[in-house]
Structure formats: C-alpha cells, structure tokens
Design a binder for this molecule. Sequence first.
Ligand code: TYM
Length: 321
Amino acid sequence: MSRILTGIQSSGKPHLGNILGAILPAIELSKTKESLFFIADLHALTTTKDPKKLQENTLATAATWLAFGLDTSYNILYKQSDVPQVTELMWYLNCITPFPMLANAHSFKDKSNKLSDVNAGLFTYPVLMAADIILYDANIVPVGKDQLQHLEITRDIAKSFNHIYGETFVIPEAKIKEDCMIIPGTDGQKMSKSYNNCIHILENEKILKKQIMKIHTDSKDLDEIKDPDTCNIVKIYKLIGDPKNCKNLEKKYRNGGFGYGHAKSELLDLILTKYNLPRLKFQELMDNPEVIEKELEKGAKKANQIASAVMKKVKKNIGLM
Ligand code: TYM
C-alpha cells in the first residue's frame, strides 16, 4: 500500500512557502491515499528554546493543516513527540550513519554558518528526519525543493539498514510540486522561518499588512514604468493570483502611474479574499485549542499503532528481540 507522509517544524508559524510548497500539495495527495502529516516539534527544539512559543507554534501548525481542509477522518495528523519510538529508531539509525554524510549536508553547513547555537541536534537532524519517514513505511514524501538532500540521506540510510540487517524499510521518494519549488520571501531569498522574510497568510490583517509592506523593491517613483519580471511583489502575486489578474497587474507596471505601494495593497487584497475561509477557520481553531489537541490525540493513537508494528520488525532484525 502506498503511503504519503510529510512534516513541518514548529519553529514558527507556517508561512506561504510551507503552505504552497508542502501543505496544499500534500492535502491534494491525501484525497487519494491514507496520509500521515506531523508537526516536527522535536526538530524545532534545535532552534527554539522558548516552551510557550513552541507550544503556540505547534498548535498553529496543526491549525493550518485543519484550516486548509485536511480530512482527519481517514488521514493522520499528529505531533512528532507523541510517538517516542521515533527517537529510539533514530539511535539505531545513528549507529549506521557515516559521520561525513552529516558533516557535508547543505542544511547543516548553512545553519552552522548562520546560527550562534550550533548544537548536536542540528548535526543529527537528518537522521531524525529519516526516522520520521521510514518508521511509517512511507513511500511518498511531498516537500519543497530545500528538503531534497534530506530525502536523499533518508534513502541512503534506509538502503544501508536493509543491506546490513535484511529487508526492513520501504525506500521513500520525494514529491516536489514544480511550480512551488522555492517560494521567495519578502527579501527575494527563499522564504524561511530563520530569515525573518515570511508572509503568514493566516495572520491577522495588521501583521499580514506589515509583512507585505516589507517586500523589497527598487526605488522607482510612482509615475515611472516598472519591470514586473524582476519585482518580488509580482513574483509572490503570481503564485496565488489567477492568470487574468496577474496579466492586469503586469500591465499596470508597464503603463506607469502605478506605485509599489499600490501593488502591495493589491497583493494584500488578493490574500484576504482568496484565503478568507482558511483564515476564519484558523482563527476559530486557535480560539479553541482543545479542538486542535483532540485531533492531535486521535492522530497520535493511530500513528503509534503503525510505528509499533514497524519497530517490532526493526528490533527483531537488529537482534534486540
Ligand atoms: P520546514 O518546517 O522548514 O518546512 C516545511 C515544508 O515546507 C517546505 N518549504 C518551502 N517550500 C517552498 N518554498 C519555501 N520557501 C519553503 N520553505 C519551506 C519545506 O520544503 C517542507 O516541505 N525538515 C523539515 C521538516 C521535517 C520533515 C520530516 C519533512 C521533519 N521530518 C519528514 C518531511 C518528512 C523542515 O524543516 O521543514
């Protein structure tokens, strides 16, 4: 049986990149096959040290999945930390993972250059991610392009385990939505919780407006003709808007007499209109956290069942049972 799985760290609230790059494509896939979606709160600990924030972000991440319509009557939404077998499996995988493979991972190099707190959790991050995936016999992992190397590492670890201990794990594959590979942030770089360049489309209007107003542009005056092809506002607008509205916006750029402030207002209106329902649902859920917690408890029970069956096989093959 093919199984879909993906995770999102709760190191912040989900942003447009998470939503277009992972959540919406994953929900689309989940309509055809049983899927497991989890909140990677253990991964978030590598960068988040504020317990209250972690809890808030975990709830907001779960609320985002639900607000966009994930059907939990047959899909499984759970918290990574609610299935403790994942850290047990991580240890077994640590013991067969070559040190240089982790030392050369792009995301570790990138984070260790940027962050002041370079902890061992950051180093073994891909091993926990491998455990997340293979613990549930997942075959398809919808992710953004930035996670491709982590998926390659997962495949290498799973193959290596199967080679040493005999057929145990399913070898998973990444599934990337071509038009949402890397969503740019307000500064034109990849949108990321660690770059302070996010647009949180489910946030209240005041915060959302502030984030949109931060989008970097050149300094052309209102009257001047502008190039839509190089503008960050247009790039983001085109990810969400329908073709007719996008063409209209481009035309306004080329005609002149249309400022970047106007373009930002149009982007804000588009987000507020297009995501009106998920925004309302998100707020309703955040006002009733017990509803989210109940969903997560239900998901944890189902996830535990799958994980226990796989772990039994793992322990037997390793020689621990
Ligand atoms: P995270 O929390 O950074 O991002 C969650 C998902 O959103 C995608 N994404 C993006 N896609 C397009 N453009 C962007 N700017 C953008 N930013 C983020 C990511 O590719 C990802 O699919 N390590 C993972 C979490 C994780 C996981 C897993 C994922 C832990 N275990 C197992 C899949 C399977 C992460 O940090 O994602």
